[in-house]
Design a protein. Structure first.
Length: 359
C-alpha cells in the first residue's frame, strides 16, 4: 500500500473516530450546556449550575481542540474544512454561554477566547483547497471526476459564493457533467411571454454539449446527475412613445476662387422617436437531485426602438451629409407593446445563452 493511500485511510479513520466520539460525548456536553444556559436565562440569579456549565463547556471544547491538533499533525491539505467546522463549533458554543448574564459568566470561571483569526484562516484554506481540487477535476474527461469536482465547488459555495470566479466554474461543471438538462420558464411579469425561449435554449445546450464534450442528448431520460435551468422573468416595463424635436442651423460658404462671396443657410428640425422596454429576471441552476438552487445569475435587458427624421427650411445645399441622411428618413410607426416584449425576450434569450455557454 502506498504511503499516500495509507495516510488517507488514517485520516478517514481519525475522522470516523472523531464523529463517533463527538456524537457520544461532545454532543451530550452541548446538550447539557443548552439546558443549563436556558435555566440561567430563565432564572438569572441561579448560581448552583455554574460549575456544571463550566465543566461541560471545557470538556466539549477539549474534544474540538484535540481534533484540530490531530488533523494538523497529519500535514494533509484536505483537513481545513474539518478544522473550520471545529472552530465554528467552538465559536458557536462560546456565543451560547455569552447569552447568560455577565455576572453569572464571571462566577462560572469560563474563559472567553478569540476565534476570529482561526475561523478566517481555516475558512480561506478550506475554500482554496476545494476550489483547486474542483478546478482540477473539471479538466478531466471522466464525467464522474467532473461531478466530484462539482461537489467540491459546492463546498466552496456554501462558505463564500463570491470566492474567485466560482459561479463560472460551477456552471461549467453543470454543463460538462450533467446527464440531463431541462429548462423551465417561470413568468412572473403578468404579461404574455412566448415559450419559444425554452425551446431555443434546449437546442443550443445540447448542440454545445455535443460539439464541446461529445455528449449527445440521451434517448431516455437519465437523471443520475440532472439539472434544471430555470428562466425566471420577474418584471417587464414598457415605456411610453417618446419624441423630441431638436432645431439647429447649418451653413456653408460659397467661394469664388479663395474669396467667400456668399453664405447659404438652412434650419434643420430633427425629430427623434424613442420607445424602450425593460425585462428583468434571472437564470437559476437547480440541482434536480436535491431540488436546491445552486447558482443564480441576474439578467436585465432592454429592447429599444429608435428612429430619427428631419425637415428643412432654407437652402437645401447648406445641409451637411448627416442632415441629408435624416432628410431622407421618414417617420416610423411605434412598435406595439407586444412587439417590444417579444424583442426584449429575444435579448433576454441571447444573454442567457451567453451566460450558459461562457467558459
Amino acid at each position: 500500500m502506498s504511503r499516500i493511500k495509507y495516510l488517507m485511510i488514517m485520516i478517514s479513520l481519525a475522522c470516523f473516530a472523531y464523529t463517533a466520539n463527538y456524537g457520544q460525548t461532545a454532543g451530550q456536553y452541548d446538550e447539557e450546556i443548552r439546558k443549563i444556559v436556558g435555566k440561567i436565562q430563565q432564572y438569572p440569579e441561579r448560581t448552583k449550575d455554574l460549575d456544571e456549565l463550566r465543566e461541560n463547556f471545557e470538556a466539549a471544547n477539549k474534544i474540538d481542540k484535540d481534533y484540530v491538533v490531530s488533523l494538523l499533525q497529519t500535514g494533509q491539505p484536505d483537513i481545513w474544512l474539518e478544522i473550520y467546522n471545529s472552530y465554528r463549533r467552538l465559536e458557536g458554543r462560546q456565543q451560547l454561554v455569552l447569552g447568560i448574564p455577565e455576572k453569572s459568566l464571571k462566577l462560572s470561571g469560563i474563559k472567553i477566547e478569540e476565534y476570529d483569526s482561526n475561523l478566517k484562516d481555516s475558512k480561506y484554506r478550506a475554500m482554496a483547497y476545494c476550489y483547486a481540487l474542483g478546478e482540477k477535476l473539471l479538466k478531466s474527461e471522466n464525467q464522474n471526476e467532473v461531478r466530484q469536482g462539482y461537489l467540491e465547488l459546492l463546498k466552496v459555495a456554501k462558505l463564500d459564493p463570491s470566492f474567485k470566479d466560482l459561479d463560472k466554474l460551477l456552471r461549467k461543471a453543470i454543463l460538462k457533467g450533467s446527464t440531463n438538462v431541462e429548462f423551465e420558464l417561470q413568468n412572473l411579469t403578468g404579461k404574455k411571454i412566448s415559450n419559444s425561449m425554452v425551446d431555443q435554449l434546449t437546442v443550443i445546450i445540447w448542440e454545445f454539449k455535443k460539439a464541446k464534450y461529445g455528449q449527445s442528448k440521451p434517448d431516455t431520460i437519465d437523471n443520475t446527475f440532472a439539472f434544471i435551468l430555470r428562466v425566471v422573468l420577474d418584471e417587464v416595463q414598457i415605456g411610453p412613445d417618446q419624441y423630441k424635436e431638436v432645431q439647429y442651423q447649418e451653413e456653408r460658404d460659397i467661394y469664388n476662387g479663395n474669396v467667400v462671396v456668399d453664405t447659404i443657410k438652412c434650419l434643420i428640425t430633427e425629430t427623434r422617436q424613442l420607445k424602450k422596454a425593460l425585462l428583468v429576471g434571472r437564470l437559476e441552476y437547480v440541482d434536480k437531485q436535491t431540488g436546491k438552487v445552486v447558482n443564480v445569475v441576474p439578467i436585465k435587458v432592454e429592447s429599444i426602438f429608435s428612429n430619427a427624421y428631419a425637415s428643412l427650411q432654407g437652402n437645401p445645399d447648406a445641409a451637411g451629409d448627416q442632415s441629408r441622411e435624416l432628410l431622407r428618413s421618414k417617420k416610423a410607426a411605434y412598435p406595439s407593446s407586444e412587439q417590444m416584449i417579444l424583442d426584449a425576450t429575444e435579448e433576454f434569450s441571447k444573454k442567457a445563452r451567453e451566460i450558459i455557454l461562457s467558459e
